[in-house]
Design a protein around this ligand. Sequence first.
Ligand code: TXA
Ligand code: MG
Length: 317
Amino acid sequence: MKVVARSENDFSRAALELAAGELVAFPTETVYGLGANALDSAAVARIFAAKSRPRFNPLIVHVHDFGVATEYAEFSSLAEELADAFWPGPLTLVLPRIENCALSPLVSAGLDTVALRSPAHKVARHLLETAQLPIAAPSANRSGRISPTSAADVQAELGDFPAMILDGGRCPIGLESTVLRITEDGPQILRSGALPREEIEEVLGRKLTSFGGEEGAPLSPGQLASHYAPESAIRLNVTDPGSGEAFMAFGPDAPPFEGPSINLSESGDLQEAAANFFSALRELDEADVTSIAVMPIPFTGLGEAINDRLQRAAAER
Ligand code: TXA
Ligand code: MG
C-alpha cells in the first residue's frame, strides 16, 4: 500500500526508506513535498528524475529546527531573527551554504547558497524527527504543473515514484512557502508565498524590495514564467465568463454562472481562498472546457501569492 495513514510504524518505515535512498512524499502546512535524504546525492537525483525537473532549479532542504540549519548555512543576525520569528513555519531562507557541509551539492544546483525551511506540519516534523536527516523536498508535482495539496493529488501527479506517501489530509495553507534571500543588500523575496510579505515587513520594521527581478529576470531559478500550468488556458480578471468556460470565482459578488464553477471563498477570505486554490484549479481543469476564467483577487496578504500563481498559470508555455 502506497498511501498510508500515519501510525508510528509508518513513520519508522518512511525513515528507513529515506535512509535507503528512496523517495517519501509527505504533507507540510503549505503543499505536499517529495522528500529525499538531502545528504545522499543519488537520492536527491531521484527527485529531479521523478519530477522531470531541470537540474538548474535548486531544492529546499527541510530541517527539524534552527540548530540543524546552522550545520548547513551561515546565518547573519537578521537571518537568525527571521528564523526565530517564523520557524517552524512557511518561510524558506536562502543563505550562504557552509563550504564542505554534509549536504549533497545537488540541492543547491551549483549555487553557493542553500534554501532551508523548518516546516510546522506535525507529520513533517515527526518524519524529520524519526529520520534524523535533513530532507530535500520540492512540491510533489511534475515540473511546471499544479502543486499537490492532498495525498490523492500526489498519487495522481507522481504515481509510483515515491516509495510511500504519508497522508496528512488537506494542507492547511495550500500555497508554497515564501522564499526569502538574504544578501549584503538586505532581504529580498524570491517567491511570494504562504507567509505574507506584510508579516515579514513587520518584523523587519521596513519594506521589502520587490520580487520578480529587473525586467522580469528570474531571481530564483525556479521562478520561470510558466508554472502551475493546467491543461486549459487561463483568462484573468474576468467578471463575465463565457459559455464553454469554467469559472473560478472569488467573494460575495460573484455573478451566477451555468457552467462548472468554484468560488474560492464566498465571504472573500484570502486564507480560505489560498487553501482552496490549487485543488480548485485541478478540479476546474478536469472539466471539459477551453479555458478557465478567473475573477480578480486582491493583492493584499495571501492574495499576492495567489496572484503570482495565477500569472504563472496563465503565462505562455
Ligand atoms: O512550501 C514549500 O516551499 C514546498 C514544501 C514542500 O516545503 N516546497 C516547494 O519546493 O515549493 P519547490 O522546489 O517547488 O520550490 C522551491 C523554490 C524554487 O523556486 C527554487 O528555485 C527556490 O525555491 N530555491 C531553492 N533553492 C534556492 C537557492 N539556493 N537560491 C534561490 N532559489 C532557490
Ligand atoms: Mg514547486
